[in-house]
Design a protein around this ligand. Structure first.
Ligand code: SAH
Length: 258
């Protein structure tokens, strides 16, 4: 009989963009040892059921409740894995768990907490298309759930002015049909009609779709919530070849010394 009570643990894991082959062995091992999986329905559904594993699936937009549930279970000695799609640190559950930890009871701070990275959508999309993020880039979440819309517009304008390639997460939803159209207008003004845009939908899933267009041809309805959009910098270009063209951004900026 052991007198040492097993401390619980919590791993905040990224499941990658969809394809099983893109889940890291570290995440697979954590899931194999878990007693509890906590996550948004479609992500929790990606974890194979087995005896001894309880899956706590919840709706979107309840990240903090989900994080508190996970910390509470770990505090009872359970081995909890919180699942996110892509990488858990990119617009996902890792920050939510730390927000809950910061404002939660002191004893949560004794828990074993780890973040297990995954392949985030912009890297999966970029790899499929070529290398559009080959030079400086930034990522912007277009959801205005957690930030005011004027902040989003300002960040997009300044990122375009700084000539970053920009990866857009959560470009469009039924709740915000007009937002992405407005972003395309801002980008047209700032970058002109010829700037290249990648629409990468359901990357690494059976219904994956990739489309490369100029800003003048880009329409808001080319994106949905399963789409990652990359707007190139002024240097981003296409190599035409047999088969799918390659979209890439050379490593040097204009005016570089070599
Ligand atoms: N943590 C996730 C991002 C969550 S936000 C990650 O690191 O990838 C959800 C947004 O991610 C979606 O609206 C979409 O823009 C993007 N996304 C997630 N998976 C995707 C996929 N397989 N293909 C294209 N975009 C994806």
């Amino acid at each position: 009989m052991s007198f040492v009570q097993d401390l619980g643990s919590i791993a905040i894991a990224g499941l990658g963009p969809g394809d099983e082959a893109l889940v890291t062995p570290e995440v697979t091992a954590a899931l194999a040892e878990a007693t509890d999986v906590v996550g948004y329905f479609p992500y929790a559904a990606r974890v194979a059921p087995r005896e001894g594993l309880t899956v706590h699936a919840s709706d979107n937009r309840v990240e903090l409740e989900r994080a508190m549930l996970a910390l509470g279970l770990a505090a009872q000695g359970r081995k909890v894995v919180v699942v996110s799609s892509g990488d858990p640190g990119v617009f996902a559950m890792a920050a939510a768990v730390f927000e809950a930890l910061e404002s939660g009871p002191d004893h949560w701070r004794t828990l074993d907490i780890r973040v297990l990275p995954g392949i985030t959508a912009m890297l999966a999309a970029s790899a499929r298309a070529g290398a559009p993020l080959g030079h400086d880039f930034c990522a912007i979440n277009l959801s205005d759930n957690l930030k005011p819309w004027p902040v989003i517009e300002k960040r997009v304008r300044l990122a375009a002015e700084a000539d970053f390639a920009i990866a857009f997460y959560n470009p469009r939803s039924k709740a915000r049909p007009a937002g992405f159209a407005r972003i395309l207008e801002i980008l047209q003004e700032a970058c002109g009609p010829d700037r290249l845009v990648l629409f990468a939908r359901a990357v690494s899933c059976p219904n994956e779709e990739l489309r490369i267009v100029r800003l003048s041809e880009a329409r808001a309805d080319m994106a949905d919530m399963r789409t990652l959009v990359i707007v190139g910098s002024s240097r981003t270009r296409v190599i035409e070849r047999t088969g799918q063209p390659i979209l890439y951004t050379p490593r040097s900026a204009l005016g570089a010394s070599s």
